[in-house]
Each structure stands twice: as C-alpha cells, then as structure tokens.
Design a protein around this ligand. Structure first.
Ligand SMILES: [Zn+2]
Ligand SMILES: [Zn+2]
Length: 241
C-alpha cells in the first residue's frame, strides 16, 4: 500500500483546532520513516488562524526536527471566484510550501462555474504548490478543465486523507478525480492534513482509492523525497535541504 515519503499538508497548535506541536508532528513523522513534513497552518481568512507573525517568524525554526526536514508553509484561503488569496505574494514568496484551499469560512460555496473560475485563477499564482482537498462535496468544479490547467501551471492536485475520513470528500469523487489525473498524466500529492500527530503520514483511505483507481506511483509527487527536494531547490534555491 502507498505510503508518502513526506507529509506535505499538516497543522499544529498554531491553528487552534489542531492539537499537536511541530515537534510532536516531526517525531511522529520520524517514527514512520518520513523524510519531511510541511507545516501548513491556516492563513488569516480562517477564524482559528494564527497572527501573521506566525508565518513571518517561521525562520526561527530549525531545518530539521527529530531528523525530519521541516518545510515552512501555509494553507492559504481562496477568497473570491477570481482565485485571489488571503495572503500577499510578498509573504508567500518567503514561505517554502503553499497549499491553497476553498473553505466555507473564507468563501461561500457557489456554482460549478464559480469554483472552476477560482481554480483557474489560482493557476496564475506562481507561489502556489498544492490545490488542497479539491474533492470536497461543497465545491464541485469542472475537473477536466482544471486538471489540464493544474498540470500546465505546475500545481499539485491533493488527495486529502482527512477529507475522506470526515466524509467531506466522497470516495467516488476522489476516484473520478484520480481517473482524470491519470488520463492527463497530471501529478497528484497525497497528504493527511493531520490535525493531530498520531495522524501524520497515515494515508490508508487515500491509498486504498489509489489502488482501486490503478493510479501510477510515478504521478504521485510525494512518493520520493529526492523528487520533492529537487523541486523545492529549483523554486527556492539552497535552503539547506
Ligand atoms: Zn483545509
Ligand atoms: Zn488543512
């Protein structure tokens, strides 16, 4: 069964509805043999987001905790149907990993056309790495159109374990997205979106769906640490990975 080499969407106590510290998350990742964790707490558009200083000050954290590389990131919110975010490009340019998501606290669900337009707008933002939990039922979108655009603009399409466990994403929607990604050879990333250290790196439900879809491992971005490392160095230069 597929196991990620790095968990690239996780939360810490800095988002108040998450329950573990960055050190606890990294220790859990180390115990599972993961190479890296991306710390991606909520951006200011969410009610439980940390103050913006949280993101500005991430530089004080070491590159490695408990032997695991720490990527200093954010989960930004899409705030309109043009794909604008609640974080400035200036701040994003200082971070190492950016997930962007549609959350009802930051944007009311609209039509399929609205969500599609928002995602197409996000493709224009060069700082965005991952489209977070795009399979949630509230935010259906034109998968074919967006997957092509995500691929062309280098955005990774997330298969999100927490969203499957909570029922916010239906297995059939995840399978539909996987089929389209496979057809267009579009890379995905399999993350937990863990809000507790015991959930870091554990993607059993997502992995079962990958298997059901016959999804090729070569299209799973976080199946190999070396690939992630090279990609980040290309984007951010030598940051000590
Ligand atoms: Zn989210
Ligand atoms: Zn999240």
């Amino acid at each position: 069964m597929f196991r990620p080499a790095a968990d690239l969407h996780t939360h810490t106590v800095a988002s108040t509805h998450a329950y573990s510290t960055v050190t606890e998350n990294c220790r859990a990742a180390h115990e599972l043999g993961l190479a890296a964790v991306a710390m991606t707490d909520h951006a200011p558009g969410m009610p439980d987001a940390p103050h913006v200083w949280h993101f500005v000050n991430l530089k004080v954290l070491p590159r490695k905790i408990c032997g695991v590389y720490l990527l200093k990131g954010i989960e930004a919110d899409i705030t309109d149907y043009k794909g604008n975010l609640d974080v400035s490009d200036d701040l994003l340019s200082t971070l190492e990993w950016t997930v962007v998501s549609l959350h009802s606290q930051a944007i009311a669900p609209g039509s399929i056309e609205n969500h599609t337009a928002a995602y197409l707008g996000v493709c224009e933002n060069k700082w965005v790495d991952v489209i977070g939990h795009p399979t949630t039922t509230k935010y259906r979108f034109d998968m074919e159109k967006c997957v092509k655009c995500f691929k062309e603009s280098g955005k990774l399409i997330e298969i999100n374990e927490s969203s499957i466990i909570s029922g916010k994403s239906k297995p059939e929607t995840v399978l539909e997205l996987l089929r389209i990604c496979k057809r267009y050879e579009a890379p995905i990333v399999v993350n937990t979106d863990a809000h507790y250290c015991g959930l870091i790196g554990r993607t059993d439900n997502a992995s079962a769906l990958l298997e059901a879809a016959g999804f090729p491992e070569r299209l799973i971005y976080n199946s190999e640490w070396e690939r992630i490392r090279e990609h980040i160095i290309k984007k951010h230069g030598d940051i000590g990975l």
